[in-house]
Design a protein around this ligand. Structure first.
Ligand SMILES: Nc1ncnc2c1ncn2[C@@H]1O[C@H](COP(=O)(O)OP(=O)(O)OP(=O)(O)O)[C@@H](O)[C@H]1O
Ligand SMILES: [Mg+2]
Length: 230
């Protein structure tokens, strides 16, 4: 095995200085990166910004959307450049079984097209929460994660999943959805919070090569994410 194949520490930058600095250059390639936070904290903005950044360096992206993808917002972040929308394959899914089908489709596409280097699921867990059949919930989640994990390992796909949170009465804290399983598969976990005056804070909760608790503040502006207030 070549060193490059086992290195696994390449980065995909967001193109936003303060957040790339926080992440030592960007999101880790070839692993599942998870961002979680309350509604409106900026998870989708981060996902879109990453998609834009990848396409600007000539890569293709598969974006599985469960939330109602805003083309308007994507145009704002991408500056309306055609090469960006041309290189993002968007799948809208409306239930957890659909999501599994989309993940299987993504697997086939990534196997065939080496330019597809990024897979985004926004969000991974919203539809999981709506799935009534408890057995299918965990079976399908495990199936999807095992496919995604294989894409990371065999093709070096960089995965970003957005995740919701809930209040855990035992821990008396707000925690990301998906439990131990999702936590284990996510090699990077980042929390996003709203701070006063429109500031957002991204905190490293789990990382393979970084201390937990490091954070950076950023803003959501018309053109996407920014390190300075609007
Ligand atoms: N053009 C814009 N200029 C400034 N802020 C914007 C603009 N468009 C959206 N926002 C802000 O982005 C925030 C929503 O962010 P985002 O959709 O990324 O949240 P989220 O974490 O994905 O939420 P959810 O969990 O509901 O999906 C809102 O506070 C909104 O005001
Ligand atoms: Mg969102």
């Amino acid at each position: 095995m070549k060193l490059r194949e086992i290195r696994g520490d390449e980065k995909l930058p967001l193109g936003i200085g303060c957040l790339d600095n926080l992440l030592d250059g960007g999101f880790d390639r070839g692993v599942i990166n998870q961002v979680y936070g309350q509604g409106g904290t900026g998870k989708t903005n981060v996902a879109m910004q990453l998609a834009v950044s990848a396409t600007l360096s000539g890569e293709k992206v598969i974006y599985i959307d469960t939330e109602g993808f805003s083309e308007n917002r994507f145009m704002q972040i991408g500056g309306g450049r055609k090469e960006i929308s041309d290189n993002v394959n968007l799948y809208r899914v409306s239930d957890f079984s659909d999501q599994e089908v989309a993940v299987i489709k993504a697997e086939r596409m990534i196997e065939k097209d080496a330019r597809i280097r990024v897979l985004i699921l926004d969000s991974f867990t919203a539809l999981l929460r709506l799935e009534r059949d408890e057995k299918n919930r965990s079976v399908s989640m495990q199936r999807q994660l095992s496919i995604i994990n294989r894409l990371c390992n065999e093709f070096g796909t960089t995965v970003l999943i957005a995740n919701q949170i809930y209040y855990d009465p035992d821990l008396q804290d707000i925690v990301p959805y998906g439990g131990y399983f999702l936590d284990h598969y996510s090699k990077t976990i980042l929390k996003i919070e709203k701070m006063p005056a429109g500031t957002r804070r991204m905190t490293v909760v789990k990382h393979r090569s970084m201390m937990e608790g490091k954070y950076a503040d950023f803003y959501i502006v018309d053109t996407g994410l920014s390190c300075s207030p609007p």
